[in-house]
Write a protein that binds this ligand. Sequence first.
Ligand code: CP
Ligand code: NVA
Length: 333
Amino acid sequence: MKHFLDIADWTRTDLQALLDQAVALKKEHKKHGNAPLLKGKTLALVFQKPSLRTRVSFELAMHHVGGYAFYLSPQEIGLGKRESIADVARVLGGYADMVMARTFDHAHITGLAEWSPVPVINGLTDYNHPCQGMADLLTMYEEFGQLEGLHLAYLGDSNNVLTSLIMGAAQFGIKVTVGSPAGYQPQESVIQKAYDLSGGTLDITVTTDPVAAITGADVVYTDTWTSMGQEAEAEDRRQVFPPFQVNDDLLAHAAEHAIVMHCLPAHRGEEITDAVADGPQSRLFPQAENRLHAQKAILVELLGATPKTKAPQEVKAAKALKKAPKKAKKSKK
Ligand code: CP
Ligand code: NVA
């Protein structure tokens, strides 16, 4: 059974095929609407946390390809509490053709996948956010026409979103610099997994110096300082994260052509200023839109409905990258 739980589980070739398919489906959707590739198919959406983008983009992606999605709120099911994960997986699999779940504990999504008779999609856990990662790769690919050799700087909390970005970087040869305060840097296990995934070629640097992290970056990424489930720590986090705020002064150290990304929801005035979020370098809203297209490609692929004849899609890159990829390096300070 094929699931979509982690960018690290898929090969680079398969991920590139998903991106190509996403580009094709996006083009088709904008031109005259999508073909009904998933006619009559159903998707269960299980949420243990709130959502805007993930819920709406999955519901509409299914609608666009002739399928149907239904939403189960955090108040329903009681995953692992009212009913065991194994039972929920088997019951839902008897009704729906696919299950997307957003959970706190990553073991809950892997548990669902283990017991589910139908494909399971990870819509965010405390550990990672692979659908977001795919939309982000699509956004960078459209912007620069290539992923290999890009420099992605991530500023702020080393959370679930960063984990998926690091796995994507490992797969596609993107250089990563992470600027985070001590105590909020990526787990060694995440870096090691990505390094192994890349066959020892991942170029990643972790630093407590935000200027060093952002200098020369093609893509500047940030996310909330306090993720869902960490609300009790919000005040403590507000004390240590301000030097990592993506504002005009910090952004001035990135490449002149740099774009700014954020998975949203944004806490304007905290991890990002209004001026940057709404400024000319911001890609926040095209990035949010790309959730729809990237996930549509995943849904179609998981049910084996990807059209076989589609040639690799050309993206008309907004900007061409004019530099060679740098040599491999792995360091942490
Ligand atoms: N970026 C993202 O996953 O947004 P939602 O929490 O609104 O789904
Ligand atoms: N890191 C954030 C992402 C929200 C989409 C969180 O987990 O709350």
